[in-house]
Write a protein that binds this ligand. Sequence first.
Ligand code: SF4
Ligand code: SF4
Length: 474
Amino acid sequence: MYTYDPKSLKAEEFINHEEIMQTLEFAEQNKHNAELIDSILEKAKLRKGLSHRDAAVLLDCDIPEKNEEIYALAEQIKKDFYGNRIVMFAPLYLSNYCVNGCLYCPYHAKNKHICRKKLTQDEIRQEVIALQDMGHKRLAIEAGEDPVNNPIEYILECIQTIYSIKHKNGAIRRVNVNIAATTVENYRKLKEAGIGTYILFQETYHKESYERLHPTGPKHNYAYHTEAMDRAMEGGIDDVGIGALFGLELYRYEFAGLLMHAEHLEAVHGVGPHTISVPRVRRADDIDPDEFDNGISDDQFAKIVACLRIAVPYTGMIVSTRESQKSRERVLHLGISQISGGSRTSVGGYAEPEPEKENSAQFDVSDTRTLDEVVNWLMRLGYIPSFCTACYREGRTGARFMSLCKAGQIQNCCHPNALMTLKEYLEDYASPDTKKIGEELIARELNNIPKEKVRKIAEEYINNIKDGQRDFRF
Ligand code: SF4
Ligand code: SF4
């Protein structure tokens, strides 16, 4: 007997090791069970998601025809829920001071040769202006854990600075925050500062491995880290983003852990995670990804994305520039809804490229293209790059967002918002070639807005944007 309870507030009960082991065993035993796989696929077609057990069976399934069905269903769900839109964002590293000892990250405290940096408010201004000049509207801020160098007051000041900068037609309209697990009180302060999503990756859900990979620092505490989203929600943050760093532990284990975490948040707070990220371990300053035994192939990566898409249709899914152009292209249609573009993973580096001898990057970027190149590429593949931040600004977060999603209503906002924000991008930042492709795409895609009234309003707003007005949204 073991205690597995999605409603429990104890990490080891809602991410229960025995439950995961039994889930993996069940999946292994049933990976050729066509009848069971068919019944799970039937359930999945209702688009209400799947339990971690059912999803684990699909992940393990090794019947080629059934796998084709899994990929086709993921693609269909992606189309139904997210259309052909991809939301764009960029990370902004504020500080790489860190007291933790994470073995997979070059910011770990024992790394004495990496260049340590912390942006001043003036430097943040320069970075944000450079990001606005690229066309970004949505940022994810990142900082190491260091109560002396990066206290919560510093993070709050940075958020205030970022929102205050209005340069030409630019504005950062949504700041997502990726900082270490903290207290309910600090989460409340972040909420009051107007953050979008609070993002915290679990790294690994496997407790023993977690403790080994985090030998020193406050992050060593598995329960405190795993229960962070509950404290964030208690502090009033209702959009949270979870993720696991694939490569540290067995991917099947992380997959089950991610879904159990999502089930727990839904069971306790009535709303699951807003996003799931699927980073893979990357090479960095003193980090060699080959030292970790559990690296996953591109095929396994694609299968994880497809099965997550089916299991949690309402949850956005993110891939960063850790992935190459090729690997991003492979998973976009299987379920990814957000990508970063033109990213720098160093502290600073947008306003001026970082000198080589001052390497402060958290990982080596695989996709090094500019934002304009990424936007151009997405449109050539038939996607609409979207700079939309409307929901957060309209207060459509947490349960309100989910209920609109579940009623199928959110789509009436996303599509026109994507076209209007793309139009802003084309007017203000795009290269001539990107602008040409974009104008054609907008003209085409306006016809795909089903409601005539909405289409007429969107057309009018797009004309207004051409005439110099900005910031329209549904
Ligand atoms: S992963 Fe985060 S907490 Fe760990 S060393 Fe890197 S910056 Fe610090
Ligand atoms: S309308 Fe809301 S859900 Fe749709 S793209 Fe914009 S912010 Fe995202």
